[in-house]
Design a protein around this ligand. Structure first.
Ligand code: KG4
Ligand code: ZN
Length: 342
């Protein structure tokens, strides 16, 4: 066994999914197990950190057991344990990290620290694709909206990020205003299919000229005011009801504004960095409209387009185990003093 075909257990608990996976050779996904906490967070319209932590504690060991079972492996077959230790909710990260450290210590296995956002980008390599480089990578999730210049599967330079709400967070908040379910992204995408994207002229926030940072909080507020007015109380918002037509038009117009900005900034980054590929990852990368618009933009610029496979868009441990194998090859391991960082 060389380090290249190592069997890696991945552990990922940075937000509200408790996940574990076994990946061999950085690519062969033998198992990928996740327990969703969506039902626990639905009535709050977003992730409640304390609830997420408690649920992680209950699920983490059964999820790891299941990942080993599905991979038809025992702990003795493993070559290393990889774990997301940054960024994320601190309490949530700590639970996965503590489980991973304990396994590493008990089984005498190397511990491989993984950056959650690098892992989202790695989802593309996990599927066996080899993007032409340099690439521009767009990671859009519930916690992050970030653009990178990518020189390889382990080499990313941050070009811009959100200064307030992440794109997925904006989807979740708008869904909450409209009384749709959680997570809001898939609900808004569905509602938007019957709506008119030009029905409402919501703001596109570009920030300073040339900036590759993002801001979505103004858009969220504009949607709130359009739905319930400027002086609505929390109760008014909770009790508001809307027609299907209105919900569809708000969803389509909101989505158009988000996607215009994501595509516009990704295009500017690609031009500035002579990108040969465009990589897309993170939970919002599952959005079909965003994928279509980015694919068209990449085609116009004669760039390759590499969206993460749908099953590896939202948080998962396969991307963590996959990149963990590449990091292990380079000897990038940590000792038990490894800390979680939000
Ligand atoms: O990457 P992820 O699982 O967790 C974080 O690292 O945040 O992303 C979750 C986010 C949620 O905000 C969810 O609403 C959004 O991804 N999302 C979508 C879609 N599917 C998930 N947003 C837009 N369209 C979708 N189809
Ligand atoms: Zn994520």
């Amino acid at each position: 066994m060389t380090r290249k075909d190592a069997h890696i257990l991945g552990v990922e608990t940075s937000c509200d999914d408790t996940t574990a996976a076994v990946v061999s050779g950085g690519r062969h996904v033998r198992s990928s197990v996740a327990t969703s906490q969506d039902e626990l967070h639905e009535k709050f319209g977003g992730v409640v950190p304390e609830i997420a932590c408690r649920a992680h504690i209950e699920s983490i060991l059964p999820v790891i057991d299941q990942a080993l079972d599905q991979a038809e492996m025992t702990p003795d077959d493993l070559d290393a344990v990889a774990v997301s230790h940054t960024p994320g909710l601190i309490g949530a990260l700590l639970i996965g990290l503590t489980a991973a450290k304990s396994l590493s210590w008990a089984l005498d296995l190397p511990l491989v620290p993984v950056n959650h956002l690098d892992a989202h980008i790695y989802s593309v390599w996990l599927s066996g694709e080899k993007p032409d480089l340099p690439a521009v990578s767009l990671v859009v999730s519930g916690g992050h909206t970030s653009l990178y210049r990518t020189e390889g599967p382990l080499s990313h330079t941050l070009l811009g990020h959100t200064v307030d709400d992440a794109a997925g967070e904006a989807y979740d908040k708008v869904a909450n205003i409209l009384g749709l379910g959680y997570p809001g992204g898939p609900e808004i995408e569905k509602a938007a299919r019957d709506g008119d994207p030009d029905a409402m002229d919501f703001p596109r926030t570009w920030l300073d000229e040339g900036s590759l940072d993002f801001s979505f909080s103004g858009l969220k507020t504009a949607v709130l005011y359009r739905c319930v007015g400027q002086n609505a109380s929390k109760e008014d918002i909770e009790n508001a009801t809307f027609s299907d037509r209105f919900t569809a038009d708000v969803s389509a117009s909101f989505q158009e504004a988000v996607v215009d900005v994501l595509v516009g900034k990704a295009a500017a980054a690609a031009d500035r960095h002579d990108a040969r590929s465009l990589i897309l990852g993170g939970g919002v990368a599952a959005n079909g409209y965003l994928r279509d618009r980015l694919r068209n933009m990449a085609e116009e610029k004669r760039m390759q387009f590499h969206p993460a496979p749908l099953r590896f868009c939202t948080d998962n441990a396969a991307m963590v185990a996959g990149i963990g194998c590449r990091l292990l090859e380079q000897g990038r391991t940590a000792d038990l003093a490894l800390e979680a960082s939000p």
